[in-house]
Write a protein of this length. Structure first.
Length: 551
């Protein structure tokens, strides 16, 4: 037993006495472990979370610096999850997330001292089961609700809606109120709508607009959360706004149809539109005004006109109501009615190839001029086609405007024949076609033969038959070079050339072969001294000498 000498001094009322004593004692060993947690409990759960709590006393062990928590399912036999660490030594609770509904889990908590060295307590476990509550069906709310336009008496809103995994929207309810007032329903819109205009509002007023997605099934109503935005109507300027984008839509020999746009904007509402016309354009007297039935019109057809005559047509927005009747600024366009003579044939149709004979660009250009006489066409139609190697012409149609008498084709085939013809349009009528014009594009190479294959129906014990088709572009071949070899051999053997002759396919029969043996064959085309590349080889197997087929 160890001894140690201590000096003790006592003091009382100014007097002091000192004595020395020697005592025997026992050495103290520092703690080496960490106490385990106590009272581990599942406090509450949801469908995918579990909250656990515990107590802990240090006792005679080391202090705790963190906690390790993990879980598994099934309890007692499942694989433990990755360790989750809580670094707050004062913590006595933890929430596990990302769990499965209606599932029993075993949860383990270990107290840790970071050391060094690291010391962990014995583990303590508890079991608990997550909830399995099926949520009531819902409807997703709209998103992206915003004001698209506003006038002095209307506000147009638009929105986005996505079903997600929830119920379909069977309608959208659009509601409005003066800011701070009571809500009124403006409309119930079908589920395909994504915008609505709330009208009948007051100029210069602050409103709130909201949209609710609603599902009604068998009389049961389920609605989304309402989404609302602030909006303000325009302040009235006391004037009538003018029309814009006036244009001719169609015309005949005796009529011209026009369309336009108009927005109230910050101006006054209107009652109708006034349409007048005159000829000659710019100087003739205006006709008696014709008015539309209401302010919703955006098109009108002027009738009773003369063929092949130029007219100026004017449209004005009009307010006749009081107070403040007025007119917007008029807008006008000039258009000519077609001639009663009908459309005439275009002239001087040409087809050319861009580039030079040595460096062709493989671009084809068709150009033409207007008819030599008669009315000016509304547009043109070009029919063109391609033929190569004796095949029939393809056929394609291109429509162009009156001012565009051109069509270009890029990536034209080499050594192919192109043709084209054109006609003009006037109203709904077409002229007759021009004669065909043709052009053969410049050829600079020989392309691959196509669809090389072994004709198994012609296979014997000593021969194989292969077929192919000619290239679709490039120089027209004079014939084809043919080579074959035993599969696996590196030596190609020349076979007799196959000369050009229609109809297709071209055929090469290779004889004096071994029974039940695989062979490869390849082909390339040539034109004069120009030779193309070899095709990818095709393969075949001769029949067995006993009469069975090889496979």
């Amino acid at each position: 037993m160890a001894t140690k000498t201590y000096t003790v001094t006592a003091t009382s009322a100014g007097a002091k006495a000192t004595t020395t004593a020697t005592v025997a004692g026992k050495s103290i060993t520092p703690p080496t472990d960490v106490s385990a947690v106590g009272d581990l409990t599942v406090a509450n759960t949801t469908n995918d979370t579990m909250h656990v709590t515990w107590t802990w006393e240090q006792g005679g062990g080391k202090p705790v610096t963190s906690w390790e928590i993990r879980y598994r399912t099934p309890a007692g036999s499942g694989t433990w999850s990755a360790v989750q660490t809580e670094n707050d030594e004062t913590a006595r609770e933890y929430t596990l997330t990302g769990l499965k509904p209606g599932t029993t889990y075993e949860v383990e908590v270990v107290a840790v001292n970071a050391g060094p060295p690291v010391v962990k307590s014995t583990s303590v476990t508890v079991t608990g089961t997550t909830d399995n509550v099926v949520p009531a069906p819902t409807v997703n709310p709209v998103t992206g609700l915003q004001v698209r336009t506003s006038t002095t008496n209307s506000i147009t809103v638009q929105w986005v809606w996505d079903k997600g995994t929830n119920l379909d929207a069977t309608r959208f309810e659009v509601q409005w109120r003066v800011s701070g007032g009571s809500w009124s329903t403006a409309a119930q819109r079908p589920p395909t709508d994504r915008s609505y205009t709330v009208s009948g509002l007051t100029a210069g007023t602050a409103y709130e607009i909201r949209v609710v997605a609603v599902n009604i099934t068998s009389g049961d109503r389920t609605e989304s959360t309402a989404v609302s935005i602030p909006a303000v109507t325009q302040t009235n300027t006391g004037t009538v706004q003018s029309i814009y984008n006036l244009q001719e839509t169609t015309h005949t020999t005796t009529s011209i149809a026009v369309s336009w746009n108009w927005d109230q904007g910050t101006g006054l509402p209107i009652d109708n539109f006034e349409i007048t016309y005159r000829t000659p354009a710019g100087s003739g007297p205006w006709s008696t005004p014709v008015t539309t039935s209401d302010a919703t019109a955006r098109a009108y057809t002027v009738t009773g006109l003369n063929p092949d005559t130029e007219y100026e047509i004017r449209v004005v927005a009009v307010r006749t109501s009081t107070p403040s009747p007025g007119r917007g600024n008029g807008a006008s366009i000039i258009d000519r009615t077609p001639s009663a003579q009908g459309p005439q044939v275009p002239t001087n149709l040409k087809i050319t190839e861009a580039g030079t004979p040595d460096t062709p660009s493989h671009e084809i250009h068709w150009t033409w001029d207007p008819p030599a006489a008669g009315p000016t066409p509304d547009g043109y139609q070009l029919e063109w086609g391609e033929a190569w190697g004796g095949s029939s012409f393809s056929s394609s149609i291109e429509n162009t405007s009156a001012g565009n008498r051109y069509f270009g084709l890029t990536n034209a085939s080499s050594g192919a024949v192109y043709r084209g013809r054109v006609r003009s349009k006037l109203g709904s009528q077409w002229s007759t076609w021009t004669d065909w014009v043709t052009l053969t594009t410049t050829s600079t190479k020989v392309d691959y033969p196509r669809n090389l294959r072994n004709d198994e129906n012609q296979t014997t014990t000593t021969s194989l038959t292969f077929t192919w088709y000619h290239p679709t572009s490039g120089l027209k071949p004079d014939g084809f070079k043919v080579q074959y070899r035993e599969t696996g051999s590196g030596t190609w053997i020349d076979a007799p050339d196959v000369m050009w002759a229609l109809p297709q396919p071209f055929t090469a029969k290779i004889g004096s072969l071994k029974p039940n043996t695989g062979y490869d064959l390849r082909v390339r085309a040539y034109s004069g001294s120009t030779t193309g590349d070899w095709t990818t080889p095709a393969s075949g197997i001769t029949a067995g000498a006993s009469g069975g087929s090889a496979g």
